[in-house]
Write a protein that binds this ligand. Structure first.
Ligand code: NAG
Ligand code: NAG
Ligand code: NAG
Ligand code: NAG
Ligand code: NAG
Length: 492
């Protein structure tokens, strides 16, 4: 009896493994004041089908699935997931607590492809109204109490070329302002809010300047994004720092006053993916400016970016070739060193530039910083809070074992798979969960896109869509792949 209650007490303390991160200068810092590099994976199993409003289903609503995926992501070595499409009205307590115990943070998009679910690029005034803004606040309410909520994205690739930047910038900045005001009024801590951009170089730096500058030079201006992220597919195959344009990104963001990171990366024009950019992203040059990145994406969908394949009939998972390669790339790095850089004194980072039309280069980019007022009724919601209010809290997780079958690429079953709860203050890193998986050297590249060895037509489909994806990557500038990936992934 005594032993049992001690164990329960112990697991209750273990359940809160990660502590909230905060923004200091142009970086994230952990509770020990070390600069935190995001090592992430985009997590939206099922693409658009992963969100099912009528059945109360979203990617963080099923604890058994979260246990399975948190264990697999722990083995991979990541410390963050990005989730695109959430339903604020379903319960996320168990999933958030499982990922928390696994040492994995969550970056959450407040938008959805549903009606009144996002700001539209054209005629944005038509989509900026109370029901929509209320939705963004509701997502904040649903996730604000989880220690591992890292940040919210107020928009994703709303601007993706010069002509798409003619109207929406002040509306996008206004949505960011509204969410930041909501966080300031209704959250116990300052959860960062920012924008996830398409890496389209014609508009990338204008978007960056427009969203991160400060009105009147005041860094606490509520409409200024706390973070800026980009979906970048410019490193394909065995590229290098110059060929990929990473050098231009480091130069262009060198003076950033907010954390900048990849909200997606992982070009698939060359397959299997060698993921050689991992060494560059966490190397000294890049990480002196950037705060890491998020690999697109966890599950294999039609657009062919998967690290694992889910069989939805029995919820079993098969690891794909890219999973092993990425894991190998992560394990090559010295994470104590990467995550061990002490932060500089508060206020010693670059200052936010004062908002000014002169910051904007493209003549097509709307460079006026007068923002629209909040839509009617939103002032009341902002003052009183969303009603009825979604709530969330971390809960004690008693069972960490995975109940679904997880297979290696060669078909062998990974035994005794479980989430390994980490100690207080620990975020996940390669080696935290050392469950035995197939040696990467023995994974044939033929295993990279298919797990259904019994279904030839299936694997052909997958390969064909992979080829189509590559063709698009070759003909479009590689940078446009971000938009392609998201739209294909969510099947808008
Ligand atoms: C605001 O969001 C809550 C939670 O999703 C919902 O129940 C409520 O109906 C919404 N209110 C408005 C005005 O859209
Ligand atoms: C810009 O992107 C939009 C989609 O947001 C597309 O409809 C339009 O054709 C694009 N324009 C150019 C010039 O590529
Ligand atoms: C960064 O700041 C330095 C020093 O003020 C300046 O010379 C440089 O042009 C800036 N770079 C960018 C990309 O703004
Ligand atoms: C900016 O937009 C506002 C509101 O639309 C307008 O009143 C103002 O004149 C504009 N400023 C400039 C410099 O065009
Ligand atoms: C799931 C799957 O297709 N596994 C195959 C991966 O490749 C090995 C070696 O070629 C095969 O034996 C597996 O059946």
């Amino acid at each position: 009896m005594l032993i049992q209650s001690t164990l329960i007490a112990l697991s209750a303390t273990l359940a809160a493994a990660v502590k909230p991160l905060s923004v200091k200068n142009q970086f994230f810092v952990d509770p020990s004041d070390n600069i935190f590099q995001i090592v992430g994976v985009a997590y939206q199993p099922g693409g658009s089908a992963g969100y099912d409003a009528t059945h109360g289903k979203d990617p963080l609503s099923n604890a058994d699935i979260c246990r399975r995926d948190a264990a697999i992501l722990q083995i991979l070595g990541v410390n963050t997931i990005r989730v695109y499409n959430l339903n604020p009205d379903v319960n996320h307590d168990e999933c958030a607590s499982i990922f928390n115990a696994a040492g994995i943070y969550m970056i959450l998009d407040v938008n959805s492809p549903q009606v009144a679910g996002s700001l539209q690029t054209y005629n944005p005034w038509e989509s900026y109204y109370d029901t929509y803004v209320n939705r963004t606040f509701a997502v904040v309410e649903a996730f604000k109490n989880y220690d591992n909520t890292l940040a919210f994205f107020s928009g994703n690739e709303v601007i993706n070329n010069e002509s798409s930047a003619g109207q929406v910038p002040p509306y996008m900045r206004a949505v960011t302002r509204d969410i930041k005001n909501y966080v300031a009024k209704h959250c116990d801590r300052k959860i960062p809010v920012g924008y996830s951009a398409a890496d389209v170089r014609e508009v990338l730096f204008d978007s960056f300047e427009y969203f991160t500058c400060a009105e009147g030079g005041k860094s606490n201006d509520p409409s200024r994004a706390d973070i800026f992220a980009l979906n970048s597919y410019s490193w394909c195959g065995n590229s290098d720092f110059q060929k990929s344009g990473y050098d231009d990104l480091v130069d262009g963001f060198r003076n950033t006053s907010v954390p900048v990171f990849y909200s997606e990366y992982g070009c698939n024009a060359v397959q299997p993916r060698p993921f050689t950019e991992v060494g560059a992203i966490y190397g000294e040059e890049f990480s002196s400016v950037f705060s890491g990145g998020i690999v697109y994406e966890y599950t294999q969908e039609d657009n062919d970016y998967g690290l694992v394949k889910v069989n939805t009939k029995d919820e079993s998972v098969t690891l794909l070739k890219d999973f092993y390669t990425l894991k190998d790339q992560f394990s090559k790095l010295d994470w104590k060193k990467v995550q061990g850089v002490k932060s500089a004194k508060e206020g010693s980072g670059p200052k936010a530039p004062k908002c000014d039309a002169k910051l904007i280069q493209s003549k097509d980019f709307y460079g006026n910083f007068t923002l629209p007022d909040m839509p009617p009724n939103v002032d009341k919601i902002l003052a009183k809070g969303v009603s009825p209010k979604p709530t969330g809290k971390l809960v004690d997780i008693k069972d960490f074992s995975v109940k679904y079958t997880v297979k290696n690429a060669d078909g062998s079953v990974i035994s005794d798979l479980a989430v390994k709860p980490l100690g207080s203050d620990e975020s996940n890193a390669p080696g935290s969960n050392d469950a035995k998986i197939q040696d990467s050297g023995s994974v044939s590249s033929g295993n990279s896109t298919s797990s259904d060895s019994d279904s030839d037509s299936d694997s052909d489909d997958t390969k064909n869509s992979g080829a189509a994806g590559s063709a698009i990557a070759m003909t479009l500038p590689a940078v446009a792949m971000g938009a392609f990936a998201i739209f294909a992934g969510l099947a808008l």
